[in-house]
Design a protein around this ligand. Sequence first.
Ligand code: UDP
Length: 375
Amino acid sequence: MKVDYLITGAGLFGAVFAQKAHESGKSVLVLERRNHIAGNIYTKNEDGIDVHIYGAHIFHTSERKIWDYVNRYAEFNNYINSPVAIYKDELYNLPFNMNTFSRMWGIKTPAEAKDIIASQIKDLNIKEPKNLEEQALSLVGQDVYEKLIKGYTQKQWGRECTKLPAFIIKRLPLRFTYDNNYFNDRFQGIPVDGYTAMVEKMLEGVQVVTGVDYADVKAMGKLPDGTPLEWDKLIYTGAIDEYFDYSLGALEYRSIRFEMERLEEENYQGNAVVNYTASDVPYTRVIEHKHFNFGKQSFTIISKEYSAAWEKGTEPYYPVNNDENNDLYERYKALASSEENVIFGGRLGSYKYYDMDKVIGEALKLSDEELGENV
Ligand code: UDP
């Protein structure tokens, strides 16, 4: 078999690229190491509840083109993410907004909240935040930092907030309005039939082989069933350091261990996402999957997320984009650019803390460059 594009990884980047290439009449084969498609947005339907097996995914974007694109492959519901945070016996709304400040300080107006934050940071004299701690303190003051950010972030990233880049916390909106929407984007929702069905539809007409490792296929020059395989171009969506056999050293990732439970009760926590921000609770958050799709089942499914350092053999989820890792990535990227007929992409291939819409944006851009614009 000979294909124009061999795509390794049936996650969002691979699926979008495959869809575009197929649409332009190219021959495409997708290889996926896991025994299912959709990468980390894979959802599995358990008696009517779409379980986000590799962690919660809420689609949000401000780009009309990307929203239109995903709506070709799935119908989205009107879910709005509004997590709550539990710190000891206190409960707060997220993201940081007037509901949070009102509960924290017993105040009502934006001016009161701003005054309190200003008084808490006046002695710190932070001009240009150099790390996540300084960034968080300068935005929301000491109380919110101590109760809602410090413990959570240290659990999530396995290091002090002073050792983390500021951009991580800039992902979260900060508002002086009573608005619990976790995202600022214009469009938001979750596919009513789950993400797996969406990716399946993107891959319609494309050959996909699951449960096969690209490294094995490359080494053997054939598929596990013995079919010899050749390709013109490789689209590689796995970890970039793995592609080069960690020759310059390993990039750091964070992994997550999920503890999933089915409970014979209708409504366990009243919300899809509850963050546990105190450092003495070992997990970072509890997801109750049915609430992503307004489920009315008599039972429920929850998963507790335990953050962990990534090691070989576990799943890499989050790139740790501090200076050291970014420098190493740049060196891998230089190697990648001299690799002929290979395109790297996606969260792992680009070593970026991408949201889903950014992955799609990257895939559409690269496929346009490669195939000629034909959206
Ligand atoms: N964060 C926090 N407290 C929270 C939620 C988030 O301090 O209750 C910080 C934390 O540093 C986290 C970052 O914000 O890593 C980004 O959170 P987000 O919810 O965007 O992370 P993701 O959903 O990608 O895991």
